[in-house]
Design a protein around this ligand. Structure first.
Ligand code: F6R
Length: 611
């Protein structure tokens, strides 16, 4: 949520800043801006809308801007103030000598603003960030030391932030700091970098240092100095990033989302690799460090997550309760943190997050940690803030996901939950799950078959792309699949879509059904098949337009459904990992027919670092 990047060195800064912002675009794309130092003067360039608008401005002024060897940049996901040029970062102070970029929310900005206005500061934007610019400038006028000015300012700021600051009176210096928002420093030769996330750095360096909360870093071309908020020097681990420079390439696909959907067979293979070696061998999950005896005695698990990760967690609950007989609660992190939860040292708390930066989930796991719970994190980013809270860490290895709508990371989370549930069942010595293990091994081929028939889904999408609303129904382990199918559709096509447990339809939602309402039934073979079929009949009797997603070849379905999306036969327990794929494709094709911005849907960001 918002991306920041900073460069200081001997090369021109602007291309590095724009490259960095391009690779951070998944964090927000409402507006963007850079601040550079041209002939001893800090200059700001900002644009509302997509990053391309900023690139166009830069291109027109390239000869001037490219002179600067220092700069900071920002890509915004608006929290305070509309996505206008005035509200775009960087922000400056009255004298215009300072520029600041910020990711997060300054919670006490109103109080600070009042105080600063009384001191004569004039505000030009509606953002919380501008208070930081004025505050740091005022501290700088007292101290003439940029690091000290930032340090003193952070003592007065409440909330979450990652900040980068430059000042024209302190040439060759960037000061950056963080609290509850990620920031990573990259080390170069005669140049240094700072950014919200690794993709902005990885083209230039693999040597990096993650900042902890309340640390302040001062970068020059040849030095990186770190202190804490009380001005004590700090030594922080410098590590080699285990990333290859990511060519942000669509590999011939029209959108990243389509490419990422197609990567799912390999994602499954990756997640299983080394963990599920043979059906007669126990699952290897060294990542779970909770003592085996404790795991055997465990009688309570809580899982916290948001959005798509929450849907993976709901499948996880079903599996762990079914295989292991352990009671599992799943709750949106944003709810968990504002109530009295029954969490203690005997509770295993699992945080699920593809980004590892979701503020609500980080707060939830920190709360649970303070109560003594063992914290297990399931994430696609083992280098994230959440991962650093983990007692046990399961990296899901889906690879970088660029499209804002999560697809392959959801698949990786699902498969990780299958492995975890089987692992716990094996530690407890309950249940023979060899059939499931066999099915997991052949799952990639079944996903490949679905992908090979994507034209059928495309046709169905064409037929229903004019719908204003959509209902997804399912029961049992596929209820989360219905929620996920509906979420994918609404986030990228903006069609109002809702997932219901099929049995609940008659308790209210059925009132909405008429000939304009599509109802998609997730009708996978198993114990609830007949029940969903009856619920689908009830919907058909109200003239709803019926779509089936099924592994059944029953010809009678042709009478009931206007459109049938078929997937290979699969056991009910594993079916969520197959059934979600056509739903991702359906959402994708509908959004594409409607001409929506599939990879960067409006109002969203990939990493939600504010509560
Ligand atoms: C939907 C989507 C979001 C995220 C949610 C949580 O496609 O991606 O619903 O799942 O914002 O994010 P993470 O998983 O990073 O905690």
């Amino acid at each position: 949520m918002c991306g920041i990047v900073g460069y200081i060195g001997r090369n021109s800064a602007v291309d590095i800043l724009l490259d960095g912002l391009t690779s951070l675009e998944y964090r927000g794309y409402d507006s963007s801006g850079i601040a550079v130092n041209i002939d001893g003067k800090v200059q700001l360039y900002k644009a509302a809308g997509k990053l391309q608008n900023l690139k166009d401005i830069v291109e027109k002024n390239y000869a001037e801007i490219s002179k600067s060897t220092i700069g900071i940049g920002h890509i915004r996901w608006a929290t305070h103030g509309a996505p206008t040029v005035e509200n775009a970062h960087p922000h400056s102070c009255n004298c215009g000598k300072l520029a600041v970029v910020h990711n997060g929310i300054i919670e006490n900005f109103k109080e600070l603003k009042e105080k600063l206005e009384k001191q004569g500061c004039t505000f030009r934007s509606q953002t919380d960030t501008e208070t930081v610019a004025h505050l740091v400038a005022s501290k700088f006028s007292q101290t003439h030391d940029l690091t000290e000015a930032v340090r003193l300012a952070t003592k007065e700021i409440e909330g979450a932030y990652a900040l980068c600051v430059i000042h024209q009176d302190v040439k060759d210096t960037i000061v950056a700091t963080r609290r509850n928002a990620p920031l990573v420093v990259g080390f170069g030769d005669g140049e240094n970098f700072v950014a919200s996330d690794v993709p902005a750095l990885i083209q230039y360096t693999k040597k990096a240092m993650y900042l902890d909360d309340n640390q302040i870093v001062t970068l020059t071309p040849d030095s990186v100095k770190l202190i804490d908020i009380d001005n004590n020097p700090v030594v922080q681990k410098v590590e080699m990033l285990p990333w290859e420079p990511v060519a942000l390439s669509k590999m011939g696909y029209k959108h990243f989302m389509l490419k990422e959907i197609h990567e799912q067979p390999d994602v499954v293979r990756n997640v299983l690799s080394g963990k599920l070696r043979a059906i007669d061998e126990p699952i290897v999950l060294k990542e779970v460090t909770l003592d085996r005896e404790k795991l055997k005695d465990l009688n309570r698990i809580q899982i916290v997550a948001c959005g798509t990760s929450l849907h993976a967690a709901m499948v996880g609950k079903y599996l762990i309760e079914d295989f292991c007989g352990i009671s599992v609660d799943v709750e949106p992190s944003s709810e968990y943190i504002y109530r009295k939860t029954i969490t203690d040292k005997n509770t295993l708390v699992i945080g699920v997050s593809q980004s590892g930066e979701t503020a609500d989930t980080i707060t939830a796991v920190r709360q649970a940690k303070s109560k003594g719970s063992h914290i297990l994190i399931v994430t696609n980013r083992p280098d994230s803030t959440m991962a650093r809270e983990a007692d046990s860490l399961i990296p899901v290895n889906a690879g970088i996901e660029v499209s804002v709508a999560a697809t392959k990371s959801y698949m990786a989370q699902l498969i990780s939950f299958y492995l975890l549930a089987i692992y716990i069942a094996e530690v407890k010595g309950v249940n023979d799950l060899r059939d499931l293990k066999h099915e997991l091994i052949i799952l990639p081929q079944k996903i490949e078959k679905v992908l090979a028939h994507k034209e059928d889904i495309q046709q169905c999408a064409r037929k229903f792309s004019g719908s204003k609303d959509f209902i997804f129904i399912a029961r049992g382990i596929n209820f989360p699949t219905a929620l996920e199918g509906a979420l994918k559709l609404k986030e990228i096509s903006y069609i109002n879509a809702t997932g219901y447990t099929a049995g609940e339809l008659k308790h209210g939602p059925i009132a909405m059904l008429d000939e304009s309402m599509p109802v998609l039934s997730i009708l996978m073979s198993g114990k609830v098949y007949d029940k969903i079929l009856s619920n689908s009949e009830e919907a058909k009797a109200r003239n709803a337009r019926m779509i089936a997603l099924t592994d059944s070849t029953d010809p009678k379905l042709n009478e009931l459904f206007d459109c049938i999306i078929r997937v290979p036969e699969i056991s009910e327990i594993l079916s969520p990992a197959l059934a979600v794929v056509p739903l991702q494709l359906l959402a994708y094709y509908i959004a594409e027919f409607l001409g929506k911005d599939v990879d960067q849907p409006r109002n969203l960001a990939k990493s939600v670092t504010v509560e």
